[in-house]
Ligand binder design. Structure first.
Ligand code: HEC
Ligand code: HEC
Ligand code: HEC
Length: 284
């Protein structure tokens, strides 16, 4: 009799837990995050993007193996199959916990078949191996690229007493002050806010070179400068409609383009890489 109550109680607890998870399914998303040991195969911990380059080699070797197996060119096939084998096994050397994700026996069968010049079997194993590549990529590829390769703004500052994010806030205030003052006919304040925005943009432009060393990004660039001066002219003598149009163009060129690349990626990365505290987890 007692056991029956106990089991019923267990079932109720399970149902409540399942119900809670179900209720929250539209508010949370489970993602598998890659092992942190991966960091040592990426900049800045490593001088080179070792992990990524091993992957590029694997793709090339997979292509070469299929190419020479189809051509029945045993000599080249075997060279490429050996390379493929080495770089495939390197995955688990670099990240030991991913050993279990590897199709080791498929890999060795492919190697053996190539030694035996069994081209049909090579192609069959090749197909199987590709599935093992795909299965790890489905779980980890995008998240890994985001975590270790998207530009990180956490250490970028405008000056020793001005953080990057505070500078962003003041740029936004200037953009909106231009709009507010132009709309309400305060030409003087609109123009002085534009001058401040222009200065703030030049200040921001000095940070690009921290990362864009070779592909120098002029910021503000020629198109932005052109819009800045036509906005000035329309604030002095244009219609409210013209002013709005120029300001909109400026915001796209000078803010939205960069946000499309940097803010979206950095924001997602921040979410993924901040540690979740237990209380936060419970709150969710
Ligand atoms: C255990 C996990 C795992 C396995 C197995 C694996 N990969 Fe990857 N691969 C990754 C991760 C993680 C990335 C993301 C790296 C990045 O973008 O910085 C990646 C990225 C790649 C890329 C770069 C994609 C791009 O264009 O940016 C290629 C190419 C690639 N893998 C090929 C292969 C091939 C071919 C195989 C099988 C022979 C393979 N990988 C097996 C984890 C794996
Ligand atoms: C923390 C390093 C970092 C800083 C600071 C940085 N960038 Fe980038 N940016 C990159 C990297 C790396 C890429 C290559 C694409 C990628 O991986 O997202 C890139 C790509 C871009 C792109 C898109 C690709 C292209 O070449 O057109 C634009 C536009 C851009 N950056 C503009 C800027 C501007 C403007 C600034 C300064 C206001 C700036 N970036 C500051 C690292 C940075
Ligand atoms: C490097 C390219 C880049 C350019 C150019 C840029 N931003 Fe940003 N902006 C960022 C990044 C990256 C973040 C996210 C910073 C963070 O989360 O720490 C951001 C965040 C912001 C934020 C959010 C601040 C907050 O408190 O969360 C605002 C507002 C903003 N930008 C306004 C602007 C305006 C207005 C302009 C144009 C005049 C502009 N940005 C130009 C990269 C850029």
């Amino acid at each position: 009799m007692r056991w029956r109550y106990f089991i019923i109680l267990q079932v109720i607890i399970l149902l409540v837990a399942a119900g809670l998870v179900y209720l929250h399914q539209d508010k949370t998303q489970l993602v598998k995050t890659p092992p942190t040991i991966l960091a040592q195969w990426y900049k800045p911990e490593n001088k080179r993007q070792v992990w990524l380059h091993n992957m590029f080699k694997l793709r090339r070797e997979m292509q070469a193996v299929a190419f020479y197996a189809n051509k029945k060119d045993a000599e080249h096939l075997q060279q490429w199959a050996d390379q493929l084998n080495n770089h495939y096994l390197k995955i688990a050397d670099m990240v030991p916990t991913w050993q279990k994700k590897l199709a080791i026996s498929t890999m060795s069968q492919l190697k053996k078949a190539s030694e035996e010049k069994n081209f049909t079997s090579v192609l069959i194993q090749h197909k199987k191996l590709q599935k093992s590549c795909d299965s790890c990529h489905d779980d980890y590829q995008a998240i890994t690229a985001l975590t270790y390769r998207s530009p990180d703004f956490s250490n970028i500052e405008i000056s020793s007493d001005l953080s990057f994010i505070d500078h962003m806030d003041s740029l936004t205030k200037q953009v909106n002050q231009i709009k507010i003052s132009a709309q309400d006919g305060d030409k003087y304040l609109a123009l002085s806010s534009l001058a401040e925005l222009n200065e703030g943009m030049e200040l921001l432009g000095e940070t690009c070179v921290d990362c864009h060393k070779k592909d120098r990004k002029a910021y503000p660039n020629a198109a932005m400068n052109k819009t800045l001066s036509s906005l000035k002219i329309s604030l002095e003598s244009g219609t409210v409609k013209q002013q709005g149009r120029e300001l909109g163009t400026l915001a796209v060129l000078a803010c939205a383009r960069c946000h499309g690349t940097h803010r979206i990626a950095y924001g997602a990365k921040k979410h993924l890489t901040t540690e979740i505290s237990f209380s936060n987890l419970i709150k969710h």
